[in-house]
Design a protein around this ligand. Sequence first.
Ligand SMILES: [Zn+2]
Length: 273
Amino acid sequence: MAEALREAASAADVEPAALQGVGIGSPGDANGETGVVSGARNLPGWEGSFALGETLSQALGTPVWIGNDVQVATEAEFQLGAGREFQSLIGVFWGTGVGGGLVLDGKPWLGRGAAGEIGHMVVKRGGAECPCGRKGCMEAYAGRSAMEAEAHRQHEAGVKTDLFKLMRKHEKERLTSGIWQRSLDHGDQLAEKLIDRAIEALGTGIASAVNLLDPEAVIIGGGLGVRFGELYREPLSREMGKHLFVDEHPPALRVASLGDLGGAIGASLLVAS
Ligand SMILES: [Zn+2]
């Protein structure tokens, strides 16, 4: 990271030490006070805690701020993107997993550091196995990697699908959001079924969160969210509607507008704030 930052600074013709600071959006429990990152589970084989803020700050000679990756992406959408007109919102980042972030009354809500894990809201007790090791989480149905695992199982069991054929044809190693899109365009029934199942789980989990928090808006981001958010807005609203306790004024449903750089933009806002 230090090397990448040095290169970026040099490309912008500035010394790292002359920067006002560096903002980082990290997976896992990212402690903004101490700069320590723990349990960043998407770094395979890496457990425990690391003083990322201090280490990087020493390497670069500039202050470093740390936040959770999904939370900072949510704050970027809140301040500069699809959530600008709202004071309270839930960010739902539908990608490899399903991450979430919260802004309540104009302020980020971090809980004790672990708030916003919307992907692990239980949508079916004793249901499908989640990558987190528990059962029935929203992510177990809607996360890209869980969807891929289910597609594999069904394909092995003899269900016809072009998903993996298209994956190989386009030289991908996994079922990317683009491969899901192509499969839907081909009228692939398994792809349709699994996307519908994901939308159902998302609607259920998001509606439960809305019942608790009553935010003005839900912002859908992430690789799958940005690709399918508009297309599936109606079905998603419908699935949510089934579970909203107060259904006269559902929250606005918007697709994230800052794209892949939303996280980086949000991380830079940590420095400015
Ligand atoms: Zn889970």
